[in-house]
Design a binder for this molecule. Structure first.
Ligand code: SF4
Length: 192
């Protein structure tokens, strides 16, 4: 049973606001979940400026919604999988509370993040798809190496490569950090 204090805490969480660029339903196109129906919640703002970015429209603007309003919109689609994306969703401090509220609504929750924010602020159950930015992105030094200790078998790393040099760099990264011996999937993909 919820105590009065816990109830007030829950109400406080769902009334927190997050700036949103768009919420829509589509088919997952990346990661091992490709092909599944998914609701995408695109948060506004990004701290990086990758040369191949196709979502620059999410850098600015957006509209503020409470977490409760966002969860209601997502649940209304009737789709069991939701992905929090951006921009860079972890730029907004209330993002972990949004992830928790979506889990509490009974949804499977994924996040796509650019590798420049620690992911251990998120609930364990969230599936983390983490970019490792290659040199030709122009943001090659942005990855936080500690993230390698914050992910597990359900999570995935993604290398977007724009050249053979990027491919060799990604291969060396995987070999150097012995990711081959872990159960975390690594994806090497061209820019969209
Ligand atoms: S991290 Fe993503 S949203 Fe941000 S600039 Fe790079 S590709 Fe665009």
């Amino acid at each position: 049973m919820l105590t009065c204090g816990k109830l007030l805490g829950t109400v406080h969480h769902i009334l927190k606001k997050i700036k949103i660029t768009e919420i829509f339903s589509s088919i997952q196109g990346e990661s091992s979940h490709a092909g599944k129906r998914c609701v995408f919640v695109r948060l506004t703002g990004c701290n990086l400026r990758c040369g191949y970015c196709d979502t620059a429209y999410a850098f600015h603007g957006g509209e503020s919604f409470t977490i409760e309003e966002i969860v209601t919109k997502v649940v209304d689609y009737g789709v069991p999988l939701v992905e929090i994306t951006g921009g860079e969703p972890l730029m907004q401090k209330n993002c972990p509370d949004l992830a928790k509220a979506l889990l509490d609504a009974g949804l499977q929750v994924m996040i796509e993040t650019n590798g420049s924010y620690n992911v251990n602020v998120l609930p364990d159950e969230v599936i983390k798809i983490v970019d490792v930015k290659a040199p030709s992105s122009g943001e090659g030094d942005s990855f936080i190496m500690d993230i390698l200790t914050q992910i597990d078998a359900k999570d995935e790393l993604k290398f977007v490569i724009g050249s053979r040099e990027d491919y060799l760099w990604a291969k060396a990264f995987v070999e150097e950090h012995i990711l081959i011996d872990t159960t975390t999937d690594c994806w090497i993909t061209p820019p969209a």
